[in-house]
Each structure stands twice: as structure tokens, then as C-alpha cells.
Design a protein around this ligand. Structure first.
Ligand SMILES: Cc1ncc(COP(=O)(O)O)c(C=O)c1O
Ligand SMILES: N[C@@H](CCOP(=O)(O)O)C(=O)O
Length: 405
């Protein structure tokens, strides 16, 4: 049995029974899941399934029978020696979450939220999305046998729309930004009683992403790295990863997290958190019209932005942005040195890492984990212009030989 205890307001600390609720009725703060003490140690996980459900006691589902799993998680933590050499880092790792079942890290939070929807007998699920969450929610809903409603900007990558539609979701293509889609999803979800995974189910949903901390620690032999590079949209994942490391420490599974340093990475065309960090302000000013090839990070009004700023203060953090060209360079560098093909969000992580190393902000001996959260096959239009042009050649060895030299 899982050990969920309560929902606790992140602002005022008021506790609630774990119900279908996502903001505090006193102060409108966001709610976080708390757990009863779990009796686990480092060896508890040794023989368990190779998915993020290996951490079942630390996830907000009571009965294992309600788990809706596509076998996501326990993705590779690749020692990136070649990329590290190019950047001048001795101890670089890529957490490659692009190889999940729907090809992004969103299988973690979506899988947890859809499982919770099944457990609490909701009649339908959905999400507001920039594309990746759409497929993750739709695929898990298909597996659970639940209807699924997606609300997303109409101009996201075609393949992300095709993927979500293929899983049988109803796709509402909103003429507007992600924030417009989010507003509509919130109203529809509340009026119809649908579980909108990243809005009215958010306390449960975000718990899935903290497994990105658990896995990294376990894969490093229960060690806390020196620094994490995390791409930021709403900021939910960054917060969840910090919560994950803190929980591991509280459980005695890892040592101190005091020296962990966090980097928030955003694209130049939508970098409200980086902007606030650089102004040394606690106020995140929304970006009205995001303009970036990193469409999955095009969240102008990041719901967890202020909490990212708090985390950066708590963890000696940095925040940096990179433009479209640096994002493409990051995609190519990762593909050509490590054989990992990422969508632009991963190009943002690598681009920001390169920028910080070049500027002398990261020491060459640090153990750095760079999160790559989505697959390059999902956004090929972002790089098509920088790939070499192909010239067709007759199926003739002499002609081919003349061409390739
Ligand atoms: C591939 C990818 N990486 C990173 C993020 C950022 O996650 P968050 O919105 O939780 O900050 C998103 C979505 O926003 C995403 O789709
Ligand atoms: N990038 C996300 C959109 C929003 O998800 P959230 O967790 O930040 O609320 C997506 O993949 O759709």
C-alpha cells in the first residue's frame, strides 16, 4: 500500500485530506502531497521493476492495482565523456528522458496523475499542453480506458498533434498561446469535473517528476551530484526535482543536499524566470507572446516561476537563457558527441551548460547532470534549416564514389 498522508499548502502550511483539490482555501497557495513515514532503505529497490513505479511508496497512489503504467522511467544516465571533453567538463552526465514511451519526461507526471484519476474514479482526464504532456496524458488515458481532452496552442509541432490524436484524445487546438489554452482547460475541467492533470490534479501530477531526482541519485550509487541543469517552462519539474532530493535525504538514502547547485535553463524568446533572476527580483513578469523554437518551453506565465526563484536562492542557483541558434548548436553537439537526439528543450539545457562553462561559472571538476527531457523526432522542423542539403544520386557506385570522395 502507498502512504499518502495529506495535501499541505506550500504557503501557509494548512493541511487537507488528500482530495480533488489543488489550491489552499485560506491563501490560494499551491498544495503539495505529504506522506506517512515509509520504511525503505537503499536495497529496497534492488530487485524492483525498471520503471519509476519502483518508488511506489513515495508516490501518491494508495493501491498498486490502480497504477496505470506504460513502463516509463529508469531512463539512462549517460556518462557524457565526449560532450564533456568538448565543453571542458570531466564529470558530465546526461539524464536521457527522451527515450520514455511517449518520448518525453511527461510520462512521469502524466502517469501518476492518470493513475490517481483512476483511483479516485474520475470520468475523464485532460491537460493544457505545449505538446509533450498531450501525448503522455493521451497515452496513459488510452491505457486506463478514460476519455482524454487536450487543450494546446494550434501552432505546436505537427507530430505532437498527430501523436496525441493517435492515442484517441480529443484535441482542442486553441488559437492563442499556452496560457490561453491553460485558462480554457481550467474552466472546462472544473465545470465538467474532468481531471486536468496539470491544473486541478497538479499536487499529484508533479509528484511524478520528482522520480527524476530519485533515479539520478540511485544511478550514481546514492550520491547527490554537484550541479543540475534543468530546462524550465512552468518550473514544476525543477521544483519537483528539488523536492525529490530533499525527500531522499530525509529518508536517509543520500547524504546532505546542502551543496547541490541548480541551474534553470530557458530559451531567450520565453525566459521570464531568467529575467526575474537577473533583475534580482521575486516578481516574474509574464511574456505575452513567446517566440522560440523551443515550443515546449513557451510558457509565458510560469505557474511555479516564483518557486523556481526560491529554489535558486536556496541552492546557490543560476538562471541562464540561450537564443535559437545556440539551441540548435546544443541539439547538434549532443547528437554528434553522445548520439542523443533531443528536441529543442534539451538544446536549451546543453546550450545553457555550454554558456555557463564558457563564462567560467561551472568548475571543470564538478559532477554535472544535464536533463534532456524530450526527443528530437518530435520537433524536426526546428533543425531542418541547419542540416546539410541532400543531392540525390544515381544508384551507381562510381557516381556515389565521386560524390563522397
Ligand atoms: C520537453 C520538456 N522539457 C521541459 C519542460 C519544462 O517543464 P516544466 O514546465 O515543468 O518547467 C517541458 C514542459 O514544459 C517539456 O515539454
Ligand atoms: N511543457 C508542457 C506544458 C505544461 O506542463 P506543466 O507541467 O508545466 O504544467 C507540455 O509538455 O505540454
Amino acid at each position: 500500500m502507498g502512504s499518502i498522508k495529506s495535501l499541505r499548502c506550500r504557503e501557509c502550511g494548512k493541511e487537507y485530506e488528500p482530495q480533488f483539490r489543488y489550491v489552499c482555501e485560506e491563501c490560494f497557495g499551491p498544495l503539495d502531497v505529504t506522506y506517512r513515514e515509509a520504511s525503505i532503505n537503499r536495497h529496497t529497490f534492488d530487485l524492483r521493476e525498471k520503471t519509476y513505479w519502483r518508488y511506489f511508496e513515495l508516490l501518491p497512489i494508495t493501491d498498486k492495482a490502480n497504477v496505470v503504467s506504460l513502463n516509463a522511467g529508469l531512463t539512462p544516465l549517460q556518462h557524457a565523456d565526449k560532450l564533456g571533453e568538448r565543453l571542458g567538463l570531466k564529470n558530465l552526465y546526461i539524464k536521457n528522458d527522451s527515450v520514455n514511451p511517449t518520448f518525453s519526461f511527461k510520462d512521469r507526471p502524466a502517469g501518476v496523475a492518470v493513475s490517481r484519476a483512476k483511483e479516485t474514479k474520475l470520468k475523464a482526464v485532460g491537460c493544457a499542453s505545449t505538446g509533450n504532456l498531450a501525448s503522455a496524458t493521451a497515452a496513459h488515458a488510452a491505457k486506463a480506458g478514460l476519455p482524454c481532452y487536450i487543450f494546446a496552442p494550434s501552432d505546436i509541432e505537427h507530430v505532437k498533434i498527430a501523436q496525441a490524436l493517435s492515442y484517441g484524445a480529443e484535441f482542442v487546438a486553441v488559437e492563442g498561446t499556452y496560457d490561453d489554452a491553460n485558462r480554457v482547460a481550467s474552466i472546462i475541467g472544473d465545470s465538467k469535473g474532468y481531471g486536468i492533470v496539470n491544473i486541478n490534479m497538479r499536487p499529484y501530477y508533479v509528484e511524478g517528476s520528482k522520480t527524476l531526482a530519485y533515479e539520478v541519485a540511485e544511478q550514481l550509487g546514492w550520491e547527490v551530484p554537484d550541479r543540475l541543469i534543468i530546462p524550465v517552462g512552468s518550473g514544476a519539474m525543477l521544483n519537483a526535482i528539488c523536492k525529490g532530493f530533499e525527500e531522499l535525504h530525509a529518508l536517509g538514502l543520500v547524504g546532505s543536499v546542502k551543496n547541490l547547485k541548480i541551474v534553470a535553463a530557458q530559451p531567450h524568446g520565453c525566459a521570464p524566470v531568467v529575467d526575474a533572476f537577473k533583475r534580482n527580483s521575486d516578481e516574474v513578469i509574464p511574456v505575452e507572446r513567446p517566440e522560440t523554437i523551443a515550443k515546449s518551453l513557451a510558457i509565458g506565465d510560469p505557474g511555479d516561476g516564483i518557486y523556481v526563484l526560491k529554489r535558486l536562492k536556496q541552492y546557490g542557483g543560476l538562471a541562464e537563457e540561450v537564443g535559437d541558434e545556440e539551441i540548435r548548436d546544443g541539439i547538434m553537439m549532443l547528437a554528434q558527441s553522445e548520439g542523443i537526439f533531443t528536441e529543442p528543450a534539451g538544446g536549451v539545457s546543453v546550450g545553457v551548460l555550454k554558456k555557463l562553462v564558457d563564462e567560467g561559472n561551472i568548475d571543470k571538476d564538478e559532477k554535472v547532470v544535464c536533463y534532456v527531457t524530450g526527443n528530437g523526432l518530435k520537433a524536426t522542423e526546428a533543425i531542418i534549416g541547419v542540416l546539410p542539403k541532400l543531392t540525390a544520386v544515381k544508384p551507381d557506385a562510381a557516381a556515389v564514389s565521386a560524390m563522397i570522395g
